[in-house]
Write a protein that binds this ligand. Sequence first.
Ligand code: ADE
Length: 414
Amino acid sequence: MEYHIKDINLAQKGIKRIQWAGNFMKVLRAISSENKDKLKGIRIAACLHVTTETANLIIALKNAGAEIRLCASNPLSTQDDVAAALVKYYDVEVFAIRNEDRNTYYEHIHKCLEFKPHITLDDGADLTTYAHSNNMIYNIIGGTEETTTGVIRFRAMEKEGSLKYPIIAVNDSKTKHLFDNRYGTGQSTIDGVLRATNLLLAGKTVVVCGYGYCGKGVAMRARGMGSKVIITEVDPIKALEAFYDGFEVMPIKEAIKKADLIITVTGNKNVVDKDAILNAKDGLILANSGHFDVEINKNALYELSESYEEIRENVIQFNLKDGRRIFLLGDGRLINLASAEGHPAEVMDMSFSNQFYSVLYILENKDRLENKVYTLPYEIDEKIARMKLKVLGIEIDSLTPEQENYLRSWREGT
Ligand code: ADE
């Protein structure tokens, strides 16, 4: 068995935490039990955040017969105890070490592809793009993508004609983005900021850049903590939504003058750029919860500073040449995983149930899928929602035959 992790002795701590998360992932467990042996002989390479929730997905796939290699989808999100427990107690080949450098990160991706998987699971598209750029597609028949940023990259590849196998965009499922992106990112981002800073959010002005589902979640939770929340957007419809949800909306160059804390969740680069930083108040805290560490222009921070130092875990203080201080959290990487534990298991249950069904979907439809980006059929989404409601003990109504008829007809009017 091959693996590269920090310390196998962390396994005992890891397994307890994995089991704790498992208590909140009952839909995934049920799907795995219903599909015993369906994945026999299937090799899966997964490039995901190595967390307790991901461990439960890996175990669910393994229980259905798959052989798996796992590497990290971000150098700073790996939980080393989880990696150790997966190796020691579940015989999973893991290649991930928290804080690994860029070379090691890509060596680990390489290891996962050397395994010649049939299916890839991605979060941010690094595994799949590496396979494409390094001629390592071998036996791959299809892949999945977890997050908005990755789906954007895959759609660009499809458009360009360079995608060499089909991808299921897990993020497109309603039972993924409506819950994981909104409630998961919302809560875990605030959690990450608080663990890094122990800041009192009440009374602070918090600027949230981006009002997609992640931004909506962060804004909602910051408001709930008593912050005054300002939204910045480039999309006029999302900007209007933010306004009518009761938030102030303005350009970043204005918002930064008022901000005590800025959280970026746009999926784009240099959203907090040099010209905006020039307007910042002394003591501004900057955090990012988007997938890549490109949203805050870190180079500009270094250029504008005469010195910098890590003053707490996950907090770098930049001393600007004009005397102001700016604090950067988690090195600009996704703060919810760098400084907290990522989304809670209860939402990841639905996201990873979509991952599981995507793997089955690829296998069942491999002969008709083209090299395109696909969304899972709505019936699967609905099935996951019904299973989650059942776990939660929530019953809902169903349409009467009369109502079904009414919805199908056009004769009845005023
Ligand atoms: N992405 C965000 N939160 C996560 C978590 N807890 N596990 C895996 N991937 C995540």
